[in-house]
Each structure stands twice: as C-alpha cells, then as structure tokens.
Write a protein that binds this ligand. Structure first.
Ligand SMILES: C[S@@+](CC[C@H](N)C(=O)[O-])C[C@H]1O[C@@H](n2cnc3c(N)ncnc32)[C@H](O)[C@@H]1O
Length: 417
C-alpha cells in the first residue's frame, strides 16, 4: 500500500533537482530556465540504470533540454518531446556544433545589423511597446527595432547557422525587457520606466551572449545529436520508436503554471507564433495543469484512495481561488495516467522511469502529487522502486495555502518488469 511511510529522504547532495547552480555551465548558460533540474541527476540515473550502446534516453517534457544535452555530451542517444516551440528550439540550439571561426565571422554582421536596426512589427502589437498606447509595455521600441535589425541579418545565413544567433538575440531582448519572470507570471521591474533600455543596452548584452556562445563552441563539441520533437507528449510518446531504457523527466507541476504564458514574449519574438489565437491554441496542447483556457472536461477519476480523499476535500471547499481548480486537478491526473501508461508501453523490459514532481497546495490542503502518481503508476502496470524527497520548496504565504510553507519535491522511480 502506498502512503507517507514509503517516502525516504534523499541520498543525493543538496539541490540535485534544481538547475539554479548550472546556469554557468557551457551551453546550459545559453538560455536560463528556472524550472529545470540538474545534469547531475541525469548522470546519476545513467550510472544506476546502466545504458548500453544501442539504448536511448527519453524525456517527454524536455523543457530546457537538461536530459538531451547531458545525454549528448556523454555520447548517448536521446529523444526529447516538448510542446512549446520556443522551448523546443532552445533545447535543440544548445546541441548545435558550429566552428568558432565561422561563428566569429558571422557575429560582426549580426551586431552591425542590430546597430542599424529595422522597424519591428511587434512595436504595434498588444503590450509589446509604448507605441500601442498602453500604460505598461514589455519593450521600449528601440530594443525591438535593434532586435529586428539583428534578426534580418540572419535571412541570408544557412538554416543550421541561424539558431545560435537567434537564441542570443531573443536572450538579449529579454535582458532588456521591462518585465521579468516571477513565478507564474511576468512582473514589471521596479522603476522600469526609468531604466531606459535602448539600442545600446541591447547591443551590450547581445555582445556578452555571443562572446559566451563563442567560448562554449571552442570548449565543447557535441558528439551525439539528440532528436527533439516539438509536439504534445500525449500524442508523441506513442510515435517514439524503438523502446527506451531510461526515461527521466519532470512533467509540469500541478501548480497552475502556464508555460505558454511565461514564454509569451519569446514565442512572439522568435516568430514561433503571430497571433493571440495561436497562443490560445498552443495552450490546448499542454498538460492540464492550469486554468488559462477552458480545457476539455475530464472523464476518469479512478486515481486511487489518496486522490479521492484529497479531491473531495478540495471540491467541498468554498475557498478555491477559481471554480476550475477541482476540475484542473482531476484533468491533471487524467493526463498523467495516460502519459504513465504510454511510457510503460514504450519501455524496454527492466527499463526505468525517473519522475520528478512537486506537491502543491490548494485551499490550505497539500496535494501529495508524488503519492498519487505512485498509485497511478502501479495501477497502470509499473513496479514502484522508491519515492525519495529531493528537497523542500518554500512557498510564499498566501491566503490559499493556510499554514503550509513548504512542499516536497520528490523523485519517483518505477521499473518495468
Ligand atoms: C517542469 S518543465 C521540464 C523541465 C526539464 N526537466 C528541464 O530540466 O529543463 C515541464 C515542461 O513540459 C512542457 N509541456 C507542458 N505540456 C506538455 C505536453 N503536453 N507535451 C510536451 N511537453 C509539455 C512545458 O512546456 C515545460 O517546458
């Protein structure tokens, strides 16, 4: 029977689940991503599971690409699935090889073009610049125009040579954005009106980023490319062939965090989407862990005893911040049940699934997502090996979290027998 007594404290060092310390590593630093886990965890899994020459590693929620980049550096085949086209592009770009001499030759062309600037269509779109007449805007138009100048210079570059420059241009624009990522949303910087981001500050940060790219290209060669699939994992796992030996992944947490919203500026800057409707459509393809759009209603609820008692409590409460919360919770576990089943079918005999998840809190009640997923996993046919606490995540106090100020982030290890 699965319950709190099954959970063990971590045998790993501090913060192995958190990528914060790895932002300075070559290639990892090309684009920051708060939600990532550590490459050490991937290396640990590779060691424990024992990967042979023809085996590959799968991450169906590839995010930043910690799994695909670590596997590629270690010359191991891997496949990453990621629904957000900007995020998929980011993880793909970190794998690119490019001679550093070629890179330097092209670098000046991009910088000169950014210096000259070109009119950006985003200047008249939504909250992107002061030109839209809104009282808050994400970018000063000089930043957007300089970005566009650099972007246009890439038109004549072969496809393979564009990516690293594109990622650095997007990164430099975000360094000069009037808002920063803060938990679930973009938050305007203190005193943002007086910071005066402009063409010169944009070029300054772009130069820094290109310098880092060049240094890393000189230092690191990627011996094994990974396959990055930009698609919904609920569709794409079924199409992955052949069977994998190790899947290591952290799905979206049950925290109403909408990654498409957080990466909205990047999605538009990189021209991955062009309209609000395209953004809305993208949300329908994400795991149902947020209430941003009216997602299809769930049909299943057979997720075990722990789920039932907790879900009833949350349904009965008057204090949910959105009426959609109980439906979102049910939908999340329905999606994860399907994912866990599809992953079992695609695992080799004795293949392992390492799942990193955090618990969440609604109406002052902690939802033990780790225990519920462990129950669902065993229901669909996985053998549970262990549940291990990786760390505790401290929470900001809000009126919805009662007295709970920290939640577990756990590693669940399943094996296919
Ligand atoms: C917690 S993050 C993964 C972080 C990753 N482990 C790393 O180290 O960078 C979850 C990712 O799942 C993606 N995602 C959400 N719904 C998805 C879906 N239906 N299919 C594939 N990816 C999805 C999100 O865009 C996000 O990048």
């Amino acid at each position: 029977m699965i319950n709190e007594n099954c959970i063990i404290e971590s045998s790993y060092g501090k913060d192995i689940s958190n990528a914060m310390d790895y932002h300075s590593l070559p290639r990892f630093r090309w684009y920051g991503y708060k939600e990532g886990f550590s490459p050490n965890l991937v290396e640990e899994a590779i060691q424990k599971v024992g990967i042979e020459k023809n085996d590959y590693i799968l991450d169906p929620f590839n995010g930043n690409g910690t799994v695909t980049l670590t596997a590629s550096i270690n010359n191991i085949k891997s496949v990453g699935i990621e629904v957000n086209p900007f995020v998929a592009f980011m993880s793909q770009t970190k794998l690119e090889n490019f001679s550093s001499k070629d890179f330097s030759d092209n670098m000046d062309e991009v910088l000169n073009s950014a210096y000259k600037s070109k009119p950006s269509l985003l200047c008249s779109f939504s909250t992107f610049s002061e030109k839209t007449g809104k009282d808050k805007w994400l970018f000063n138009s000089d930043v957007l125009n300089s970005f566009e100048g650099g972007w246009q210079a890439l038109k004549k570059f072969p496809e393979a040579k564009k990516k690293i420059f594109q990622l650095s241009l997007i990164g430099a624009a975000m360094d000069n954005c009037n808002a920063v990522k803060d938990g679930k949303c973009l938050k305007y910087r203190n005193n943002w009106q007086n910071r005066g981001f402009d063409r010169d500050s944009f070029i300054f940060t772009l130069k820094e980023r290109l310098k880092n790219n060049k240094e890393d290209l000189e230092k690191t060669f990627i011996p094994q490319n990974a396959t990055i699939i930009n698609n919904d994992a609920r569709q794409a796992i079924k199409s992955v062939i052949p069977k994998y030996k190790l899947c290591i992944t952290s799905p979206p947490y049950l925290n109403s965090f909408d990654y498409t919203d957080i990466y909205r500026p990047e999605l538009f800057l990189g021209k991955f989407i062009h309209t609000a409707e395209e953004l809305r459509q993208l949300r329908f393809n994400t795991i149902r862990s947020h209430v941003e759009v009216a997602l299809p209603k769930p049909k299943q609820s057979n997720f075990g005893e722990i789920y039932h008692s907790i879900h009833q409590k949350i349904k009965d409460s008057e204090n949910n911040w959105s009426k959609q919360i109980p439906i979102m919770i049910q939908s999340y576990f329905e999606d994860m049940q399907q994912v866990l089943f599809d992953l079992l079918i695609k695992a080799k005999n004795k293949g392992e699934l390492w799942l990193i998840v955090a618990n969440s809190v609604y109406v002052g009640t902690e939802i033990p997502v780790d225990l519920i997923l462990a129950e669902i996993g065993t229901q669909v046919g996985w053998k549970l090996k262990r549940i291990e606490v990786l760390r505790y995540i401290y929470r900001r106090k809000t009126k919805y979290c009662g007295n709970i100020n920290k939640v577990r982030e756990s590693l669940i290890v399943f094996r296919r027998l």
